[in-house]
Design a protein around this ligand. Sequence first.
Ligand SMILES: C[S@@+](CC[C@H](N)C(=O)[O-])C[C@H]1O[C@@H](n2cnc3c(N)ncnc32)[C@H](O)[C@@H]1O
Ligand code: SF4
Length: 364
Amino acid sequence: MNKKSLGIYVHIPFCQRKCLYCDFNSYDHKNNLKETYTKALIQEIGAFCAEEYFVDSIFFGGGTPTALPLPLLDEILGAISSKFTISNDAEISCETNPGVLKDHSPLREIGFNRLSMGMQSTHDEELKKLGRIHTYDEFLVSYDNAHGVFENINIDTMFALPDQTVESWKTTLDRVKSLDPTHVSCYSLIVEEGTPFGEMELNLPQEDADREMYHMIENILSGYYKYEISNFAKPGNECKHNNKYWQLMPYIGFGCGAHSQLDNTRFSNAYDIGEYIKNPLYKDITELSKNDKISEYIFLGLRLTQGVNKQQFRKLFGQDIDSLFKDVIKKHTLAQTLISDENHIALTGRGIDISNSVMADFIL
Ligand SMILES: C[S@@+](CC[C@H](N)C(=O)[O-])C[C@H]1O[C@@H](n2cnc3c(N)ncnc32)[C@H](O)[C@@H]1O
Ligand code: SF4
């Protein structure tokens, strides 16, 4: 049988303390559930019918996966490798918070080969306002330890923060560059309803400062290639796993709130940790219509610098993107928000600044 490539996401919904901006599915007061949650994950992994696939990316995300004791992470990886065929060059990533773990070398020993560290800022006053549990110096200790052990490290940063100036963001970027990670993610702060930030009066940078902060990233991070709106990598170090999401390739998500996408079907697990533990095999199934899939493929593809590949589009949907979206493409190429050549359609710099409205025009 010709096996198909598959990405695996494992959701670990624990954090030492919730950050003030974060609405991710994670808890800082359910440590008593760590073992039962791990058992539920192992049950879910064991029930998956894996023969058709080989796995070339695994991503432990959260929450903070390293808030789970190492033996439990090891058990989960063991369950995956006894169930699935894993390719020798698989990317195996783990997200971590430098305030939780100082020495990441044991993670390398149990099989992870890529680390994604949440740093956010190099200024302690900004970190404090975000409700982070670490200082910049503590990040540096943790990063230095990891740098000797992991060749492939991502640093997560955030901009457009409360009271942040263009200069302070520039300093953060300069410092990140000098740390020489293989990959950097730069997220513009989203103030989410239901988080403490959603209730607070925040002094946020204006839209033009936000855009100035965004556009300076590429200049400062020379040597890194912007391959997706928020992601910058040294050549060859793009995140394989996230690339699968952006190209609608098959992936399976284990854990509470995790999604899976196989062929035309999307599954999601129970979102609440307690519900998930009660029934880790429950799946909410959505069949995607062809139009839904086309719009989503374009939304995700436009996040990538290379854009949507026209041949690939034709292969997947049996239609020509230039004819299907003739008027939309014409409108946005004239407005210089899209570029369209023989092979690709991609957002321009101006298009990225108003990406939501460009993408909305591709809804069928
Ligand atoms: C799961 S966390 C990374 C690992 C670890 N939990 C940590 O925070 O250090 C994923 C990343 O998403 C970004 N993020 C979370 N909430 C955000 C928000 N409201 N706006 C922008 N970025 C956000 C942060 O950069 C964070 O590092
Ligand atoms: S940003 Fe990371 S550490 Fe902070 S609450 Fe969200 S998942 Fe947890």
